[in-house]
Design a protein around this ligand. Structure first.
Ligand code: SAH
Length: 224
């Protein structure tokens, strides 16, 4: 029943070709004040989200909801990607670390802003990393992917201007903070059970944190 009501409510989001659906999605996010920066709007309008979601979910690619991507993981709703992208205050040329590649959608949005070769993404589940990598190649995104535990960041490619987590960690991972430049930003869901979206700036005397409301993400997995 809830499913049917949702389907009816979102019905209009499924009409038209992907580009038209995308434009409408961005327009709605703007109206709901989920997008503040022009660069974020442009990026969301550029990335073909329908190419990142499972084939049987393509008709819902531009509905503002999370979607399953396999391996028990989910892709965040577009508004969450928009909010996190705004908070990172990205500029062209920034080097960015992503923890949790998933299907690669969020990384592609980031890459639209910072440019080719500047996004470094770590994914725990090999099968997801492999299919994201294939997708990036097919769609022409130059994004670096590594299989591993994102808690450790990507030391060989540090330092980064910005970093974000797409899975919830009990605290901001200290190795990732270490790999940020001074003035660098980190955004992500923090907490066990109850999670909050946190943005922190790396300052001379430590992290300056801000809270950006309650959220729900899949937990960050650790190797045993
Ligand atoms: N940004 C993704 C969202 C994926 S959901 C997208 O746009 O699709 C979160 C992802 O974090 C999952 O793919 C999950 O496998 C991954 N993950 C969980 N723990 C991790 C860890 N320790 N290191 C790296 N990735 C992890």
């Amino acid at each position: 029943m809830v499913g049917l009501v949702r389907w009816l409510f979102d019905r209009d989001d499924r009409n038209g070709d992907p580009a038209t659906q995308r434009e409408r999605m961005v327009e709605k996010l703007r109206t709901r004040r989920r997008i503040k920066r022009e660069s974020t709007a442009d990026a969301l309008e550029a990335v073909p989200r329908h190419e990142f979601v499972p084939e049987d979910r393509r008709d819902s690619a531009y509905v503002d909801r999370p979607l399953p991507i396999g391996a028990g993981q989910t892709i965040s709703a577009p508004h969450m990607v928009a909010v996190m992208t705004d908070l990172l205050e990205l500029e062209t040329g920034d080097r960015v670390l992503e923890i949790g590649t998933g299907c690669g959608y969020h990384a592609a949005v980031t890459a639209e802003i910072v440019g080719p070769g500047n996004v470094y993404s770590v994914e725990f589940v090999e099968e997801l990393a492999d299919s994201a990598q294939d997708r990036f190649e097919r769609l022409g995104y130059e994004i670096h992917v590594r299989v591993g535990d994102g808690w450790e960041g990507w030391p060989d490619e540090a330092p980064f201007d910005a970093a974000y987590l797409t899975c919830a960690a009990p605290e901001i991972p200290p190795p990732v903070v270490e790999q940020l430049k001074k003035g660098g930003r980190i955004v992500g869901p923090i907490g066990n059970g109850r999670q909050e979206l946190i943005r922190a700036f790396k300052r001379d005397d430590g992290l300056e944190r801000e809270r950006h409301g309650g959220v729900r993400f899949v937990p960050l997995q650790r190797a045993e």
